[in-house]
Design a protein around this ligand. Structure first.
Ligand code: 13P
Ligand code: SF4
Length: 311
């Protein structure tokens, strides 16, 4: 495997040779964000994957994101640099258990967070991302009963904000769950006047202190419009790379975990992707995402509903 500048040059060469597009989530390592053709939140990345005319999608993100790209673009080769880049929310929601949950509530529709397996998408009615959830829930009649999975914090946030009583699957994101309210308040006291922006995957103990709650792109846009010089960022800290690039004169501080620093909030799954693994995935076109056609079509229905309702 080449190193340094040579590695970058080889990725460049392979990107052209393979007619590949490199998509990256904001939680990826800075060097991957910097060479991606597009960096975005889950909704934006799904849209890009559906629209691209590239022949190969190299997805620097986690498995459910690469799976979504394949569901929406079945004729393209989709590679994920590290096949073990999963998600604690997806792991919390095995399809057979989710099916049983649905069957126990036959008069409910299933509104499901995109952070889940293709099988769970296939068992759902409408998918949401953190940036589309509010628009979508406001289009669902108030008397419609809903089950929401797998993130109980996002579901709880939506229940409170929209005065709904969706039944919640008990999953959590291990990254956002690790923020400490006590340490956050300490940090805020040390930075008087600094607003807090939080992702809705955070528990209510963090959300309750936030001046802004939204998706990764939402938080980035909030940073671009804030008048204050300092922002406390309660989501995975790699997003700060984009904030610092867009706003070099502002100060961004990652919200702390119980140990007082933000390193425990790095997503261990997102961190599995590296430049070396991206190079190998473009060279060998593996690990490749494959989805059985019947399952893909079933999952596509709930994703298409999201894409229609979100726009
Ligand atoms: P968004 O980028 O859609 O806000 O999602 C955050 C996330 O946890 C992705 O895994
Ligand atoms: Fe999953 Fe949380 Fe990592 Fe996002 S940050 S991929 S929700 S574990």
């Amino acid at each position: 495997i080449p190193t340094g500048q040579d590695l970058r040059a080889e990725i460049e060469r392979l990107r052209k040779e393979r007619k590949a597009v490199i998509l990256a989530h904001y939680y990826q390592r800075p060097e991957l964000q910097d060479l991606a053709d597009f960096v975005g939140d889950s909704l934006e990345l799904s849209r890009k994957a559906a629209d691209t005319d590239a022949e190969v999608i190299a997805f620097c993100g986690v498995k459910f994101m690469a799976d979504t790209a394949k569901i929406l673009s079945p004729n393209k080769i989709v590679v994920l640099p590290d096949v073990d880049a999963g998600c604690s929310l997806e792991d919390s929601c095995p399809p057979q258990k989710f099916r049983a949950f649905r069957e126990r509530h036959p008069d409910h529709i299933a509104l499901t967070y995109i952070n889940c397996s293709t099988e769970v998408k296939a068992l759902s009615d409408i998918i949401v991302t953190s940036s589309s959830a509010e628009t979508i829930i406001s289009q669902i009649p108030r008397d419609q009963k809903i089950i929401f999975g797998p993130d109980r914090h996002l579901g709880g946030y939506l229940n409170r904000k929209f005065d709904r009583d969706m039944l919640l699957w008990p999953g959590v994101c291990i990254v956002h769950e690790a923020f400490s309210e006590k340490e956050l308040l300490k940090l805020q006291a040390e930075n008087p006047g600094a607003p807090i922006a939080a992702h809705p995957e955070c528990p209510p103990t963090i959300i309750d202190h936030a001046d802004y709650v939204g998706s990764t792109s939402g938080i980035l846009n909030y940073a671009k419009t804030m008048v204050e010089d300092t922002l406390i960022v309660a989501t995975e800290p790699h997003i700060i790379h984009q904030m610092q690039k867009a706003l070099p004169n502002k100060n961004f501080i990652g919200a702390p975990g119980a140990d007082g620093n933000c390193n425990c909030n790095i997503c261990p799954y997102m961190a599995l992707n590296t430049m070396e693994k991206l190079y190998l995935s473009l060279r060998d076109l593996t690990p490749r995402v494959e989805i059985e056609e019947g399952l893909r079509l079933a999952a596509k229905k709930s994703l298409d509903r999201m894409l229609e309702m979100a726009s």
